[in-house]
Design a protein around this ligand. Structure first.
Ligand code: TXA
Ligand code: MG
Length: 333
Protein backbone atom coordinates (compact mmCIF):
# COMPACT_ATOMS: atom_id res chain seq x y z
CA UNK A 1 0.00 0.00 0.00
CA UNK A 2 1.26 3.51 -0.87
CA UNK A 3 1.60 5.69 2.22
CA UNK A 4 2.56 9.37 2.45
CA UNK A 5 5.91 9.57 4.25
CA UNK A 6 4.82 11.25 7.49
CA UNK A 7 6.23 10.64 10.94
CA UNK A 8 3.71 7.90 11.72
CA UNK A 9 4.34 5.90 8.53
CA UNK A 10 8.10 6.32 8.98
CA UNK A 11 7.89 4.76 12.44
CA UNK A 12 5.71 1.96 11.09
CA UNK A 13 8.23 1.39 8.28
CA UNK A 14 11.10 1.16 10.79
CA UNK A 15 9.07 -1.30 12.86
CA UNK A 16 8.32 -3.48 9.83
CA UNK A 17 12.01 -3.49 8.92
CA UNK A 18 12.91 -4.51 12.50
CA UNK A 19 10.52 -7.45 12.11
CA UNK A 20 12.31 -8.55 8.94
CA UNK A 21 9.71 -7.27 6.47
CA UNK A 22 10.32 -5.36 3.23
CA UNK A 23 9.49 -1.67 2.71
CA UNK A 24 9.75 0.24 -0.58
CA UNK A 25 11.47 3.60 -0.02
CA UNK A 26 12.15 6.73 -2.06
CA UNK A 27 15.75 7.77 -2.73
CA UNK A 28 17.03 10.63 -4.88
CA UNK A 29 17.92 8.17 -7.68
CA UNK A 30 15.12 5.57 -7.89
CA UNK A 31 12.81 3.82 -5.42
CA UNK A 32 14.46 0.98 -3.48
CA UNK A 33 13.11 -2.24 -1.98
CA UNK A 34 14.62 -2.24 1.52
CA UNK A 35 15.35 -4.86 4.17
CA UNK A 36 17.57 -5.07 7.27
CA UNK A 37 20.98 -5.77 5.69
CA UNK A 38 22.11 -7.73 8.77
CA UNK A 39 19.13 -10.10 8.54
CA UNK A 40 19.73 -12.77 5.89
CA UNK A 41 16.13 -14.03 5.99
CA UNK A 42 14.80 -10.52 5.38
CA UNK A 43 17.28 -9.94 2.55
CA UNK A 44 16.28 -13.28 1.01
CA UNK A 45 12.75 -11.88 0.56
CA UNK A 46 14.12 -9.11 -1.69
CA UNK A 47 15.50 -11.67 -4.13
CA UNK A 48 12.21 -13.59 -4.04
CA UNK A 49 9.98 -10.57 -4.69
CA UNK A 50 12.18 -9.20 -7.50
CA UNK A 51 12.94 -12.57 -9.08
CA UNK A 52 16.56 -11.51 -8.81
CA UNK A 53 19.38 -14.01 -9.42
CA UNK A 54 21.25 -14.72 -6.16
CA UNK A 55 24.51 -13.88 -7.95
CA UNK A 56 23.55 -10.17 -8.21
CA UNK A 57 24.72 -8.34 -5.05
CA UNK A 58 22.72 -5.57 -3.34
CA UNK A 59 23.65 -2.02 -2.39
CA UNK A 60 23.71 -1.26 1.35
CA UNK A 61 22.43 2.12 2.57
CA UNK A 62 23.39 3.92 5.80
CA UNK A 63 22.47 7.31 7.31
CA UNK A 64 25.98 8.78 7.31
CA UNK A 65 29.59 8.09 6.37
CA UNK A 66 30.26 7.43 10.09
CA UNK A 67 28.07 4.34 9.73
CA UNK A 68 30.09 2.85 6.86
CA UNK A 69 31.66 0.61 9.49
CA UNK A 70 28.26 -1.08 9.89
CA UNK A 71 28.96 -2.81 6.58
CA UNK A 72 32.62 -2.21 5.62
CA UNK A 73 35.72 -3.86 7.06
CA UNK A 74 36.92 -1.32 9.62
CA UNK A 75 39.14 0.56 10.08
CA UNK A 76 39.96 0.94 6.39
CA UNK A 77 43.55 0.75 5.15
CA UNK A 78 45.33 4.12 4.95
CA UNK A 79 45.00 4.06 1.20
CA UNK A 80 41.23 3.41 1.31
CA UNK A 81 40.77 6.00 4.08
CA UNK A 82 42.35 8.60 1.82
CA UNK A 83 40.02 7.72 -1.06
CA UNK A 84 36.99 7.87 1.24
CA UNK A 85 38.11 11.29 2.51
CA UNK A 86 38.30 12.62 -1.01
CA UNK A 87 34.84 11.24 -1.82
CA UNK A 88 33.17 12.24 1.47
CA UNK A 89 31.65 15.46 0.02
CA UNK A 90 29.65 13.25 -2.41
CA UNK A 91 27.45 11.96 0.45
CA UNK A 92 24.58 12.06 1.01
CA UNK A 93 24.36 11.51 -2.74
CA UNK A 94 24.11 9.15 -5.70
CA UNK A 95 27.54 7.50 -5.33
CA UNK A 96 27.96 3.82 -4.36
CA UNK A 97 31.46 2.65 -3.44
CA UNK A 98 32.55 -0.98 -3.45
CA UNK A 99 34.82 -1.68 -0.46
CA UNK A 100 35.88 -4.73 1.60
CA UNK A 101 32.95 -5.90 3.74
CA UNK A 102 32.73 -6.83 7.41
CA UNK A 103 31.45 -10.07 8.96
CA UNK A 104 28.05 -8.66 9.97
CA UNK A 105 26.96 -8.42 6.34
CA UNK A 106 25.62 -11.84 5.35
CA UNK A 107 26.66 -13.58 2.12
CA UNK A 108 23.21 -13.18 0.60
CA UNK A 109 23.70 -9.38 0.41
CA UNK A 110 27.00 -9.52 -1.49
CA UNK A 111 26.38 -12.72 -3.49
CA UNK A 112 29.28 -14.23 -1.55
CA UNK A 113 31.77 -11.51 -2.57
CA UNK A 114 34.16 -10.22 0.08
CA UNK A 115 33.22 -6.65 -0.90
CA UNK A 116 30.09 -4.57 -0.34
CA UNK A 117 28.47 -1.68 -2.25
CA UNK A 118 27.70 1.21 0.12
CA UNK A 119 26.04 4.60 -0.08
CA UNK A 120 24.31 7.40 1.88
CA UNK A 121 21.20 8.38 -0.14
CA UNK A 122 20.30 12.08 -0.46
CA UNK A 123 16.56 11.89 0.17
CA UNK A 124 15.02 13.28 3.38
CA UNK A 125 12.64 10.31 3.74
CA UNK A 126 15.35 7.68 3.20
CA UNK A 127 17.68 9.51 5.60
CA UNK A 128 15.04 9.86 8.29
CA UNK A 129 14.17 6.16 8.03
CA UNK A 130 17.85 5.16 8.11
CA UNK A 131 18.38 7.27 11.23
CA UNK A 132 15.53 5.44 12.96
CA UNK A 133 16.91 2.00 12.06
CA UNK A 134 19.56 0.41 14.25
CA UNK A 135 20.85 -1.48 11.20
CA UNK A 136 21.84 -0.74 7.57
CA UNK A 137 19.31 -1.21 4.76
CA UNK A 138 20.03 -3.40 1.74
CA UNK A 139 18.01 -2.02 -1.15
CA UNK A 140 18.07 -2.72 -4.88
CA UNK A 141 15.77 -0.81 -7.19
CA UNK A 142 12.13 -1.71 -6.43
CA UNK A 143 11.28 -3.30 -9.80
CA UNK A 144 11.07 -6.88 -11.05
CA UNK A 145 14.58 -8.02 -12.03
CA UNK A 146 15.59 -6.55 -15.42
CA UNK A 147 12.61 -4.18 -15.76
CA UNK A 148 12.90 -0.37 -15.80
CA UNK A 149 13.64 1.12 -12.34
CA UNK A 150 10.76 2.95 -10.57
CA UNK A 151 10.94 6.72 -10.08
CA UNK A 152 7.54 7.16 -8.35
CA UNK A 153 5.66 5.25 -5.65
CA UNK A 154 3.02 4.45 -8.29
CA UNK A 155 5.66 2.74 -10.46
CA UNK A 156 6.51 0.45 -7.54
CA UNK A 157 2.85 -0.40 -6.97
CA UNK A 158 2.29 -1.01 -10.71
CA UNK A 159 4.91 -3.74 -10.87
CA UNK A 160 5.22 -5.17 -7.35
CA UNK A 161 1.68 -4.44 -6.11
CA UNK A 162 0.71 -6.38 -3.00
CA UNK A 163 4.06 -8.16 -2.88
CA UNK A 164 5.33 -5.25 -0.77
CA UNK A 165 3.22 -4.45 2.29
CA UNK A 166 4.33 -0.83 2.45
CA UNK A 167 5.48 1.73 -0.11
CA UNK A 168 6.64 5.05 1.38
CA UNK A 169 5.75 7.87 -0.99
CA UNK A 170 8.46 10.54 -1.15
CA UNK A 171 7.40 12.06 -4.48
CA UNK A 172 9.10 11.62 -7.85
CA UNK A 173 12.85 10.92 -7.69
CA UNK A 174 15.04 13.95 -8.31
CA UNK A 175 17.82 12.19 -10.28
CA UNK A 176 15.79 9.48 -12.01
CA UNK A 177 18.71 7.16 -12.82
CA UNK A 178 20.51 4.83 -10.41
CA UNK A 179 23.63 5.73 -8.44
CA UNK A 180 27.10 5.77 -9.96
CA UNK A 181 29.08 2.72 -8.76
CA UNK A 182 32.81 3.03 -8.16
CA UNK A 183 35.08 0.15 -7.14
CA UNK A 184 37.58 1.21 -4.48
CA UNK A 185 39.09 -2.27 -4.31
CA UNK A 186 40.74 -1.77 -7.69
CA UNK A 187 43.55 0.79 -7.79
CA UNK A 188 43.14 3.28 -9.22
CA UNK A 189 39.36 3.18 -8.59
CA UNK A 190 37.26 1.98 -11.52
CA UNK A 191 33.74 2.88 -12.64
CA UNK A 192 31.39 -0.14 -12.44
CA UNK A 193 28.18 1.66 -13.47
CA UNK A 194 27.59 5.14 -14.86
CA UNK A 195 24.88 6.87 -12.84
CA UNK A 196 23.44 10.02 -11.37
CA UNK A 197 26.80 11.39 -10.21
CA UNK A 198 28.84 12.49 -13.22
CA UNK A 199 32.09 10.58 -13.64
CA UNK A 200 33.76 13.93 -14.46
CA UNK A 201 33.14 14.97 -10.85
CA UNK A 202 34.70 11.77 -9.51
CA UNK A 203 37.75 12.22 -11.73
CA UNK A 204 38.21 15.72 -10.33
CA UNK A 205 37.90 14.63 -6.71
CA UNK A 206 40.27 11.70 -7.16
CA UNK A 207 42.67 13.65 -9.37
CA UNK A 208 42.69 11.00 -12.08
CA UNK A 209 41.47 11.17 -15.67
CA UNK A 210 37.97 10.13 -16.75
CA UNK A 211 39.66 7.58 -19.05
CA UNK A 212 41.35 5.97 -16.05
CA UNK A 213 38.05 5.61 -14.20
CA UNK A 214 36.12 4.18 -17.16
CA UNK A 215 38.81 1.70 -18.25
CA UNK A 216 37.55 -1.82 -19.09
CA UNK A 217 37.43 -4.53 -16.41
CA UNK A 218 40.59 -6.56 -15.96
CA UNK A 219 40.47 -9.72 -18.08
CA UNK A 220 38.98 -12.70 -16.28
CA UNK A 221 39.51 -16.34 -17.20
CA UNK A 222 37.26 -17.38 -20.11
CA UNK A 223 34.41 -19.88 -19.76
CA UNK A 224 30.90 -20.05 -18.35
CA UNK A 225 31.98 -19.78 -14.70
CA UNK A 226 33.67 -16.44 -15.37
CA UNK A 227 30.54 -15.06 -17.04
CA UNK A 228 28.53 -15.67 -13.91
CA UNK A 229 30.96 -13.81 -11.65
CA UNK A 230 28.86 -12.01 -8.99
CA UNK A 231 28.46 -8.28 -9.47
CA UNK A 232 29.26 -8.54 -13.18
CA UNK A 233 25.87 -9.68 -14.47
CA UNK A 234 24.64 -7.68 -17.45
CA UNK A 235 21.59 -5.82 -16.10
CA UNK A 236 18.97 -4.87 -18.62
CA UNK A 237 16.52 -2.21 -17.40
CA UNK A 238 14.40 -3.06 -20.43
CA UNK A 239 10.86 -2.13 -21.44
CA UNK A 240 8.85 -4.98 -22.98
CA UNK A 241 8.37 -3.05 -26.23
CA UNK A 242 11.35 -3.35 -28.63
CA UNK A 243 13.55 -0.27 -28.48
CA UNK A 244 15.72 1.14 -31.28
CA UNK A 245 17.97 4.14 -31.74
CA UNK A 246 16.67 6.65 -34.30
CA UNK A 247 19.78 6.27 -36.47
CA UNK A 248 19.37 2.50 -36.96
CA UNK A 249 18.44 1.40 -40.52
CA UNK A 250 15.56 -0.74 -39.20
CA UNK A 251 13.72 2.42 -38.12
CA UNK A 252 12.93 3.18 -41.79
CA UNK A 253 10.75 0.03 -41.86
CA UNK A 254 8.60 1.31 -38.99
CA UNK A 255 6.91 4.11 -40.95
CA UNK A 256 3.44 2.49 -40.88
CA UNK A 257 3.76 1.08 -37.39
CA UNK A 258 2.67 2.42 -34.03
CA UNK A 259 5.83 3.98 -32.68
CA UNK A 260 6.61 5.74 -29.41
CA UNK A 261 9.24 8.40 -29.99
CA UNK A 262 11.48 9.66 -27.19
CA UNK A 263 13.36 12.86 -27.95
CA UNK A 264 16.02 14.94 -26.26
CA UNK A 265 15.28 17.85 -28.58
CA UNK A 266 12.19 19.22 -30.31
CA UNK A 267 10.95 17.39 -33.41
CA UNK A 268 12.27 18.89 -36.65
CA UNK A 269 9.76 20.89 -38.73
CA UNK A 270 9.81 18.38 -41.61
CA UNK A 271 9.71 15.25 -39.51
CA UNK A 272 6.33 13.52 -39.17
CA UNK A 273 5.06 12.95 -35.62
CA UNK A 274 5.09 9.39 -34.30
CA UNK A 275 2.03 7.77 -32.70
CA UNK A 276 3.21 8.93 -29.29
CA UNK A 277 5.82 11.62 -28.70
CA UNK A 278 7.76 12.27 -25.50
CA UNK A 279 10.12 15.25 -25.26
CA UNK A 280 12.41 14.67 -22.26
CA UNK A 281 13.61 18.25 -21.95
CA UNK A 282 12.44 21.44 -23.64
CA UNK A 283 15.90 23.02 -23.27
CA UNK A 284 17.94 19.87 -24.02
CA UNK A 285 19.00 19.65 -20.37
CA UNK A 286 20.48 16.19 -19.65
CA UNK A 287 19.64 16.23 -15.91
CA UNK A 288 16.01 16.85 -16.73
CA UNK A 289 16.10 14.18 -19.44
CA UNK A 290 17.58 11.64 -17.01
CA UNK A 291 14.92 12.48 -14.43
CA UNK A 292 12.11 11.81 -16.91
CA UNK A 293 13.57 8.92 -18.91
CA UNK A 294 12.28 5.91 -16.94
CA UNK A 295 8.78 7.34 -16.54
CA UNK A 296 8.64 7.92 -20.31
CA UNK A 297 9.78 4.35 -21.02
CA UNK A 298 7.14 2.97 -18.65
CA UNK A 299 4.37 5.14 -20.09
CA UNK A 300 5.14 4.12 -23.66
CA UNK A 301 5.53 0.49 -22.62
CA UNK A 302 1.91 0.43 -21.41
CA UNK A 303 0.52 1.51 -24.79
CA UNK A 304 1.18 -1.74 -26.70
CA UNK A 305 3.20 0.05 -29.36
CA UNK A 306 5.19 -1.81 -32.02
CA UNK A 307 8.43 -0.06 -31.10
CA UNK A 308 10.03 2.68 -29.06
CA UNK A 309 12.50 4.84 -30.98
CA UNK A 310 14.90 7.10 -29.14
CA UNK A 311 17.67 9.55 -30.04
CA UNK A 312 21.20 9.15 -28.84
CA UNK A 313 22.48 11.89 -26.55
CA UNK A 314 25.99 13.16 -25.84
CA UNK A 315 27.87 10.99 -23.36
CA UNK A 316 29.12 13.60 -20.95
CA UNK A 317 27.73 14.31 -17.47
CA UNK A 318 24.43 12.50 -16.96
CA UNK A 319 24.38 11.64 -20.67
CA UNK A 320 26.73 8.75 -19.93
CA UNK A 321 24.19 7.12 -17.61
CA UNK A 322 21.30 7.84 -19.98
CA UNK A 323 23.09 6.20 -22.93
CA UNK A 324 24.17 3.25 -20.75
CA UNK A 325 20.54 2.53 -19.77
CA UNK A 326 19.31 2.96 -23.36
CA UNK A 327 21.96 0.56 -24.70
CA UNK A 328 20.95 -2.06 -22.15
CA UNK A 329 17.31 -1.60 -23.12
CA UNK A 330 18.26 -1.90 -26.82
CA UNK A 331 20.40 -5.01 -26.39
CA UNK A 332 18.11 -7.14 -24.32
CA UNK A 333 15.33 -7.64 -26.84
O1 TXA B 1 20.59 4.28 -7.04
C1 TXA B 1 20.77 3.12 -6.68
O2 TXA B 1 21.90 2.62 -6.62
C2 TXA B 1 19.54 2.30 -6.29
C3 TXA B 1 18.95 2.91 -5.01
C4 TXA B 1 17.82 2.10 -4.46
O3 TXA B 1 19.96 3.08 -4.06
N1 TXA B 1 19.88 0.93 -6.12
C5 TXA B 1 20.23 0.13 -7.16
O4 TXA B 1 20.46 -1.19 -6.82
O5 TXA B 1 20.30 0.52 -8.28
P1 TXA B 1 20.52 -2.37 -7.89
O6 TXA B 1 20.32 -3.62 -7.17
O7 TXA B 1 19.54 -2.14 -8.96
O8 TXA B 1 22.00 -2.37 -8.38
C6 TXA B 1 22.99 -2.98 -7.59
C7 TXA B 1 24.22 -3.21 -8.40
C8 TXA B 1 24.45 -4.67 -8.71
O9 TXA B 1 23.75 -5.09 -9.86
C9 TXA B 1 25.95 -4.71 -8.90
O10 TXA B 1 26.24 -4.39 -10.24
C10 TXA B 1 26.46 -3.59 -8.01
O11 TXA B 1 25.34 -2.84 -7.62
N2 TXA B 1 27.09 -4.11 -6.79
C11 TXA B 1 26.59 -4.20 -5.55
N3 TXA B 1 27.48 -4.74 -4.69
C12 TXA B 1 28.58 -4.98 -5.41
C13 TXA B 1 29.87 -5.55 -5.11
N4 TXA B 1 30.18 -5.95 -3.90
N5 TXA B 1 30.76 -5.64 -6.12
C14 TXA B 1 30.44 -5.22 -7.37
N6 TXA B 1 29.26 -4.68 -7.71
C15 TXA B 1 28.35 -4.57 -6.75
MG1 MG C 1 18.19 -2.48 -10.43
Amino acid sequence: MIRPADSQSLEEAAERLRRGELVAIPTETVYGLAADAWNSTAVGKIFEVKGRPPTNPLIVHVASVERFEWAAAWPPSDELAELLDRLAPCWPGPLTVVVPRNARIPDVVTAGLDTVGLRVPAHPVALELLRRCEFPLAAPSANPSNYVSPTTARHVADELGDRVAMILDGGPCRAGVESTILSLVERPPRLLRAGALAVEELAERLEVSVETLVRPAPARPAGPAAQLAPGQLPEHYAPRTPLFFADEPVVATLADRRVGRIRFERRGANEPAATEERLLSEQGDLSEAARRLFAALRELDRLNLDAIVVDRCVETGLGRAVMDRLRRARRSR
